[in-house]
Write a protein of this length. Structure first.
Length: 309
């Protein structure tokens, strides 16, 4: 492929890659202050977030040489971090799982990484952290079409003004679609106000979905207990439905809960919200309780859904 027309862009990308690698401190092939190399840390991360995965799948996902991956797996097994057993369909391949010791190692690695990134962000001037994460989202969207959502959909963290947008859109949408009265908008306003007042970045988060730079959806991850996270206020604008926005938001919320150390997630919804219930069910949630109630001007059936993380 001819490179003459891209010389400046190539130089800029290579320069950024060197800077970013140096900034994250991985030139010595160790992540943070952990005993793991970058490749080892990536393998542990995949094992912590995927059930019953094969070594071959991890190798393909991370682009690791089979021989190198085999040495990592053997090292982890020797240290008691993983178990492996032959796949029933192909006994030449192995299915890998983290042991309790392995999950402890991941938790320490994950917390250390979060603390280092938080320290880096804390040194930035006000507003620059948002600019940084938006730029990262742009890079990821341009370079890779995500499996979980269309390339045109970007998930970002909340910022000033988003709570007002969430309150307005939620109130208007449920009034138009279900005839709910203004008491629902009041409830959303209370949830959003409490989220901002008691916001704990280490345990909670809000994601806003955008298409073409315009907000089209939202979801909240909030703390219920030290081990249980709560999913709240999933909403997708009508014009963005069918793009996979709702599923992407739920997947992101689940991932965010795992990364913050929660063991279980719960949510409260209504039996009439068919589309949302379908998303929750496909994401692994199970209906655990129902309760009739009169709210927002209507007789409704509230539902509690839960799943392990």
């Amino acid at each position: 492929m001819a490179i003459d027309g891209f010389a400046d862009q190539i130089a800029a990308i290579r320069a950024f890659n060197r800077f970013y690698t140096r900034k994250l401190g991985v030139l010595d092939q160790h992540l943070g202050r952990s005993p793991f190399s970058l490749s080892e840390a990536r393998v542990i991360y995949e094992l912590a977030h995927r059930d019953d995965v094969s070594a071959k799948e991890i190798g393909n996902e991370l682009g690791l040489d089979p021989g190198y991956l085999s040495r990592i797996v053997q090292n982890f097994e020797d240290k008691g971090l993983i178990t492996r057993r032959p796949l029933p369909v192909d006994r030449r391949q192995y299915q890998l799982s983290l042991t309790a010791k392995g999950r402890e190692a991941f938790a320490e690695l994950n917390l250390s990484s979060q603390n280092e990134v938080a320290a880096m962000l804390a040194r930035l001037p006000a507003g620059d952290a948002t600019r940084l994460t938006q730029a990262m989202a742009t890079i990821e969207t341009v370079l890779e079409q995500r499996r979980s959502q269309p390339a045109s959909v970007v998930l970002r963290s909340h910022r000033v003004g988003d709570m007002g947008w969430v309150i307005s859109k939620q109130g208007a949408a449920y009034a138009a679609d279900y005839g709910w009265d203004i008491s629902y908008e009041a409830l959303v306003a209370e949830i959003c106000a409490q989220f901002i007042k008691s916001y704990d970045a280490a345990r909670e988060h809000c994601w806003i979905a955008e298409v073409g730079g315009e907000p089209v959806g939202s979801i909240f991850l909030v703390k219920a207990t030290d081990e249980i996270a709560k999913l709240r206020l999933l909403q997708v604008e009508k014009k963005a439905r069918g793009l996979g926005v709702g599923r992407a938001l739920v997947e992101q919320c689940l991932q965010g809960a795992r990364e913050r150390g929660y063991k279980r997630m719960t949510l409260w919804t209504q039996s009439i919200l068919v589309a949302a219930r379908s998303i929750y069910k496909s994401a692994g949630f199970e209906l655990v309780a129902t309760q009739p109630h009169h709210s927002f001007g209507h007789d409704l059936v509230g539902e509690t859904w839960e799943r392990d993380l």
